[in-house]
Design a protein around this ligand. Structure first.
Ligand SMILES: Nc1ncnc2c1ncn2[C@@H]1O[C@H](COP(=O)(O)OP(=O)(O)OP(=O)(O)O)[C@@H](O)[C@H]1O
Length: 264
């Protein structure tokens, strides 16, 4: 597989009221097209900072980030982001929330009816066609996250960037959306980079798990090749020795070798 996202010697230093804060140092990572990569690490280690660098929402203090051989200099529709808190516009219907993004990307080249078709197709993809006319306040948290994912997928991004997309959901809704995401990614072949705190989520979804050390100057400690065949079934995996071994490797990294300073 070809290298699609390349992160070379990325470093992030924030200027704060109390001086400079060295968040990330020496981050090197390449992600192939169609790969599903999760970033895992303790709270505050810099997962969101790294995701925001890939999104172009932040620029590195030094180092280079490339997407499809182009330097990442600002946000772009080829790198769609799904946040933990859906970020839907409350005064617009679900349909219009998705349509807004579709218009931004395809409005210059497609007719209104093509744009509407794209919007509906994205809502159907996440099983939300029936809620098209509802406002965000009228649907559940899990449904809002689905709309956020539909909005991102509707832009046909080269890369889907997800920052703890299921973090605010109850365990059952979370499991359902994880399964749906697996099915969607299998269908679309999307490249995904996702931040999570959840070891099981990381093992279930990822091709590779990027494990980050604690900050300041956090970096990539290890990268685990999950190597489980797809399609993946959470019930069967629960007893699969390869799943158990992958889970243990991440837990060892997080709680034995890099336990959180606050918990030590
Ligand atoms: N804009 C900013 N200015 C100053 N410091 C920042 C800024 N953004 C992040 N930081 C600091 O950089 C470090 C990494 O933050 P980041 O949000 O990337 O961590 P995280 O691993 O995503 O955390 P969590 O899992 O709790 O969401 C933290 O110490 C944070 O306080």
């Amino acid at each position: 597989m070809s290298e699609f996202i390349e992160i070379q010697q990325a470093e992030m230093v924030f200027s704060t009221g109390r001086g400079r804060f060295h968040a990330l140092a020496d981050v090197n990572l390449t992600i192939a097209k169609g790969e599903f990569v999760t970033l895992i690490g303790h709270s505050g280690c810099g997962k969101s900072t790294l995701l925001n660098l890939i999104a172009g929402l932040l620029l590195p203090t030094s180092g280079t980030l490339l997407c499809d051989n182009r330097e990442i200099a600002k946000p772009g529709p080829e790198r769609a982001v799904v946040f933990q808190n859906h970020s839907l516009l409350p005064w617009l219907s679900c349909f219009d929330n998705v349509m807004l993004a579709v218009e931004r990307v395809f409005g210059g080249s497609e007719s209104k009816s093509q744009l509407r078709q794209r919007t509906l197709a994205a809502l159907e993809l996440v099983g939300m066609g029936h809620a098209a006319g509802k406002r965000p306040a009228e649907i559940s948290g899990g449904m809002k996250q689905r709309i956020g994912i539909a909005r991102a997928l509707a832009m046909e991004p080269k890369v889907l960037l997800m920052d703890e997309p299921f973090g605010a959901l109850d365990a059952l809704t979370r499991a359902k959306l994880q399964d749906e995401l697996l099915a969607i990614v299998a269908r679309t072949g999307s490249t995904v980079v996702m931040v999570t705190h959840d070891v099981d989520e990381a093992v279930l979804l990822s091709d590779r798990i990027v494990m980050m050390t604690n900050g300041p100057a956090a970096t990539i400690g290890e990268v685990l090749d999950v190597g489980l065949p797809r399609p993946r079934d959470r019930v069967q995996l629960a007893e699969d020795p390869r799943y158990i071994a992958a889970r243990k490797a991440v837990i060892d990294f997080l709680y034995t070798r890099h336990s959180h300073p606050a918990a030590a």
